[in-house]
Write a protein that binds this ligand. Structure first.
Ligand code: ADP
Ligand code: ZN
Length: 727
């Protein structure tokens, strides 16, 4: 028997919202959080004991819990986080729980390892090989077969022979401990004055939950500062989690971590094998993994002593997951920190408007690093007005930038040309009849990838080989690429700087391993000109890079997205920040058709505070986050009419809350066609809901969908609370 009684409520890892009741078999010891296996129909599924059942009805038809796994229970704070995430995002609670549990196999205790020890019996006949093995084991330690072979270079048959003679005895060793703990004293850097002050600020915070925005220029040494907080955490024998927005950044980060702490941290991301995942999950659970570096899903790992979360590049849109559970890992990390009574540091050179405004209003602590480390200067920024000083026809690099590239490579320094567009040309047009290649599944152009001789949709991945004649007028030699992608910039560079060593980098060009290799070649100075997308814009530190050219600084501004200005400012700041990070000072040239846009003015004046003040004012006036709240309903169907008609009926059933002070406190916009109306063969229509800040928007949307007619056929409704993307 246990405190919970003989019937418990078990939350199972399938698409349900409430726990089910199960009987506890005699002699099974359970607590809240115990991980169990239960029957569901004809299947066995895993679940977690959530508490006592709500009702006390007759339970004679209930089934027994099949098994309790041999792991620690989920912590209360993780269970609270699951409840919160499900309530907030409207995801099914069972699905959020599933994100916290590994597969059933990894819940079973790993099998012990067979090892060999000396039994005390002498060998019948000594050979050279046998002596080697016996010498190795002489100190009484047990070794696995593979370790013995590796160390002594004898053949496995030698071990077999010794075992048969009884010279060696088999013993079971527990599976090896996960990894060595990082050492907080391994190689701490001497911090400069500003870093020390920032660290003191962080250390002087009161016990318990606290959100800090670590707000510092690119290259300001933020990483080194939060590493010291990780060290503090290690010294206190607690666990720390560092979230990164993208796997592409992990390798470099791990290298840095290892240099500082002597040992690699545990990692968590989609690139791990199943066995690595299960090992890591268990190690986080039992506390042997002290520090985890991971992508957003690491948020759901079963820490039991979590005392610090760092969200690096907190402004990054990649923290928002938009399939499955629609959650913002940054925001939910704050929630988890709160339940765990832990500290959380949001780090960025270009914070989100939300975090910046919360820091300015003192809701968050605000810690600043204003100067670059070792007095490296921020780059000089030049704005090129493409209307006046643009490039020649069918060329994309303006003369002023060309001249600067020339000077830079003559000085044997590196140039980065940034364009956030993969492929050769974003659109292909028939010069003769005007035909434009569009994706048949999406409302997008097919992007030419010249190296691969294909046209490709960047939304659904559909590819066709590039035709020789126009599919409409059937004339040959009339298909023309329109506009540049990075491959086309590469061609221009080749033409104008034939002897420069150049490399083109984007996520589709090479495996993660190859990209890693290319990045280290760049670090080694093997290239003069680097042409790249987003992949290269953030995080990297190339000492020889002193010129950044942004081919199309306006690319992000075009969207009808309330965050367009913010996102553009962030990416331009990040990419310019790659220039002049070490001893040499750097420059950045931004090519734009809107030199008077507030974003370009703020970039030019290097006045981020002015930009934030402007954007915060705009948000405040518009009642946009963080001054108000947004939610989106995305209705999709394989026919446009079905999607629109259902969206209209949904709108008619929108409840009218009675507790609002002003009629303005809740506004509903739409339904309207999504900017990308057709994606992967489905038409999409959006409804946007805006409310004042304290309104329970999640609760409202839940109630609305509950009373509305359910969608039929292939119509789907997706809920996106705090939407980041408005496609
Ligand atoms: P940020 O995270 O703010 O962009 P980093 O922490 O990456 O800045 O620091 C920029 C560069 O300066 C890195 O190469 C880092 O190793 C170096 N650096 C930062 N602080 C120190 C320090 N106290 N001592 C030596 N090098 C440092
Ligand atoms: Zn497509």
């Amino acid at each position: 028997m246990n405190d919970l009684g003989d019937i418990v409520a078990v939350m199972i890892g399938v698409a349900v919202d409430t726990p089910f009741s199960y009987k506890v078999p005699f002699s099974m010891e359970l607590t809240i959080g115990s991980i169990v296996l239960v029957p569901l129909g004809t299947r066995q599924v895993f679940g977690v004991v959530w508490g006592k059942p709500k009702d006390n009805k007759a339970h004679n038809r209930l089934k027994d819990i099949s098994k309790k796994f041999d792991t620690l229970p989920l912590s209360k704070e993780l269970m609270q986080t699951i409840d919160f995430v499900a309530d907030y995002t409207l995801a099914k609670k069972g699905m959020v729980l599933r994100a916290c549990l590994p597969d059933i196999k990894s819940l079973n205790k790993p099998s012990p390892i067979t090892a060999y020890q000396l039994s005390g019996k002498k060998a019948e006949r000594q050979t050279n090989a046998r002596t080697k093995v016996i010498d190795l084991l002489a100190n009484g330690m047990a070794w696995s077969k593979s370790a013995i072979v590796k160390e002594t270079k004898v053949s496995p048959s030698v071990i077999k022979g010794l075992l048969e003679q009884g010279v060696l005895a088999k013993v079971d060793l527990p599976a090896p401990a996960f990894i060595k703990s990082p050492d907080p004293d391994f190689a701490p850097l001497e911090l400069n004055k500003e870093q020390k002050a920032a660290l003191e600020n962080l250390r002087n915070q009161e016990e318990g939950f606290c959100v800090t925005l670590l707000d510092g220029v690119t290259g300001g040494g933020k990483t080194e500062v939060f590493f010291e907080r990780v060290a503090d955490c290690l010294k206190a024998e607690k666990q720390a989690l560092i979230l990164l927005p993208e796997i592409a950044l992990t390798n470099m980060f791990i290298k840095r971590f290892t240099k500082r702490f002597g040992v690699e941290p545990a990692q968590w991301h989609s690139g791990l094998s199943a066995s690595q995942r299960s090992k890591t999950w268990r190690a986080v659970m039992d506390g042997s993994a002290r520090v985890v570096i991971g992508a957003r899903s690491a948020l759901f790992l079963p820490f039991n002593q979590l005392s610090l979360i760092v969200v690096d590049e907190e402004h990054d849109g990649a923290y928002k997951q938009s399939d499955g559970i629609n959650y913002s890992a940054r925001d939910m990390a704050i929630v988890r920190a709160k339940f765990a009574d832990a500290k959380i540091i949001l780090s960025s050179a270009t914070p989100s408007i939300e975090s910046k405004s919360n820091a300015l209003s003192k809701k968050y602590q605000h810690v600043l690093l204003k100067t670059r480390f070792a007095n490296a200067k921020l780059p000089d920024i030049k704005i090129i007005d493409m209307k006046q000083d643009g490039s020649q026809k069918e060329h994309w690099i303006a003369p002023a930038l060309l001249e600067e590239i020339d000077k830079t490579i003559k000085r044997k320094e590196q140039v980065l040309l940034f364009l956030n567009r993969r492929g050769y040309a974003p659109m292909t047009l028939c010069r003769s009849c005007g035909y434009q290649f569009q994706c048949e599944n999406c409302s997008t152009w097919m992007v030419e990838h010249r190296q691969a001789h294909i046209l490709m949709c960047h939304h659904c991945g559909k590819t066709i080989s590039k035709p020789k004649i126009c599919p409409q007028c059937e004339k040959p030699d009339c298909l023309t690429p329109v506009g540049p992608g990075i491959e086309r910039i590469s061609q221009e560079v080749k033409e104008l700087f034939p002897s420069a060593r150049q490399i083109v980098l984007s996520s589709d060009l090479g495996s993660p391993e190859q990209i890693k290799q290319s990045l280290s070649e760049i670090e080694n100075g093997d290239y003069d000109i680097i042409i790249g997308t987003q992949l290269i814009a953030k995080g990297h530190h190339f000492e020889m890079l002193t010129l950044v050219g942004v081919i199309d600084a306006d690319l992000g501004l075009a969207h009808g997205d309330p965050r367009a200005g913010e996102k553009t400012f962030q990416i331009l700041t990040q990419v310019s920040g790659r220039s002049g990070r070490a001893k040499k000072s750097g420059k950045a040239y931004l090519q734009t058709f809107f030199p008077d846009h507030p974003v370009m003015l703020a970039m030019k004046a290097q006045d981020s505070e002015a930009f934030y003040a402007y954007e915060i004012k705009v948000r405040k006036e518009g009642g946009l986050p963080p001054f108000g709240r947004l939610a989106a309903l995305i209705i999709s169907a394989s026919s446009h009419d079905d999607a629109t008609n259902y969206a209209r009926s949904l709108l008619l059933s929108a409840p009218k809350p009675t507790n609002l002070k002003n009629s303005d406190d809740l506004k509903i916009f739409g339904p309207a066609d999504a900017p990308l109306t057709l994606i992967r063969g489905r038409y999409r229509v959006r409804i946007l809901i805006q409310s004042e800040k304290t309104f329970d928007l999640s609760g409202y949307v839940r109630f609305w969908l509950k009373i509305a007619n359910k969608p039929k056929g292939n119509i789907k409704v997706q809920v996106d609370i705090d939407p980041m993307s408005f496609h």
